[in-house]
Design a protein around this ligand. Structure first.
Ligand code: SAM
Ligand code: DTB
Ligand code: SF4
Length: 331
């Protein structure tokens, strides 16, 4: 299938606004052309530095600008991270995603994150980090340490961005994505719905993602988890069908990308999630916790996978990585 980076906003709007069942049907057709129908990629998240973030993202429990009652935590020890990664691997996760509440990593943080990447990678897992803005040299050093993916979301449309975050710009986000891409890392970038945005903003976000020079390999579609104490605490809940429409359009316009069910799953029924898989979602975060908020736990996901006949994807490792993995397992 031909992958397009020249989608117009009008084309995306037309896809988004078609009757729901036509949209989901088309998304499932595109999905089956590009992926195996019943396989889901599973990642696990861990917060390696929690809270007191200098950024003012209005949705976030970790921003120092709001009183969200979150208990802040300093950088956690690398040993602890490795123990969590091993546990995630044993429970069937193929990728380990480490997040820090920073505007950007300071140079003094680099040895810490680089060591962590090396050690998680040595377990035979795919590695992902989300640490805020990166400069070119930081992206390259992360790549050299064995980082596979970098998560950095565009979050919402360019027009709505300043209503949600004022401490950085949409172009700051695009610059970091450029550095990550130039370093040869895989990109994980998506957004949040349910911020009080309009349909036009969801369409605008999809348009930005699908017209990047190379589509992100992974596209998380988060649904707002309202956090007490943040400005978006009382925002009106978005219709689940709008979240599913966003997923379905993402699947159609970025046919080779993994579309990830991210935050917000805990509050959704199994049938809502089944509909999201039907709309082409094929990855998710497992475990009881996301970064700071509860997630549909492992037990609930096992039941969901078994009910729907879904299987977790095995990590995609090179032959050399697989032999390291086998050695680690026999040790
Ligand atoms: N600090 C880094 C950054 O912002 O790039 C990485 C961590 S941040 C928590 C990662 C993403 O999680 C955000 O871009 C946003 O899409 C999502 N997120 C954060 N808080 C959320 C919430 N309350 N509900 C839904 N998604 C949320
Ligand atoms: C993404 O798009 N969603 C994940 C991951 N990337 C880092 C984070 C969701 C965070 C939800 C709110 C919380 O747990 O603090
Ligand atoms: Fe900080 Fe990321 Fe939360 Fe924004 S989303 S406040 S950058 S941790």
């Amino acid at each position: 299938m031909h992958v397009r980076n020249d989608w117009t906003r009008e084309e995306i709007q037309k896809l988004y606004e078609q009757p729901f069942l036509d949209l989901v049907f088309e998304a499932q057709r595109v999905h089956r052309e590009n992926f195996s129908a019943n396989t889901i990629q599973v990642s696990t998240l861990l917060s390696i530095k929690t809270g007191k973030c200098p950024e003012d993202c209005k949705y976030c429990s970790q921003s120092a600008h709001y009183d969200s009652k979150l208990e802040a935590e300093k950088r956690i020890a690398v040993d602890k991270v490795i123990a969590e990664a091993k546990e995630a691997k044993e429970s069937g996760s193929s990728r380990f995603c480490m997040g820090a509440a920073w505007r950007n990593p300071h140079e003094r943080d680099m040895p810490y994150v680089l060591e962590m990447v090396k050690e998680v990678k040595a377990l035979g897992m795919e590695t992902c980090m989300t640490l805020g803005m990166l400069n070119q040299s930081q992206a390259e050093r992360l790549r050299d340490a064995g980082l596979d993916y970098y998560n950095h979301n565009l979050d919402t449309s360019r027009e709505y961005y300043s209503n949600i975050i004022s401490t950085r710009t949409f172009d700051d986000r695009l610059n970091t994505l450029d550095h990550v891409r130039n370093a040869g890392l895989k990109v994980c970038s998506g957004g949040i719905v349910g911020l009080g945005e309009q349909k036009q903003d969801r369409i605008g976000l999809l348009h930005e993602l699908a017209t990047l020079p190379i589509h992100p390999e992974s596209v998380p579609i988060n649904m707002l988890v309202p956090i007490e104490g943040t400005p978006l605490e009382e925002v009106e809940k978005l219709e689940v069908t709008e979240w599913i429409r966003t997923i379905a359009v993402a699947r159609i316009i970025m046919p080779k990308s993994y579309i990830r069910l991210s935050a917000g799953r805990e509050s959704l029924s199994d049938t809502d999630q089944a509909m999201a898989f039907m709309a082409g979602a094929n990855s998710l975060f497992s475990g009881d916790k996301l970064l700071t908020t509860p997630n549909a736990g492992e037990g609930r996901d096992k039941v969901l996978f078994s009910k729907l006949g879904l299987v977790a994807e095995k990590p995609k490792l090179t032959a050399a990585e697989l032999s390291v993995d086998a050695m680690a397992e026999s040790a």
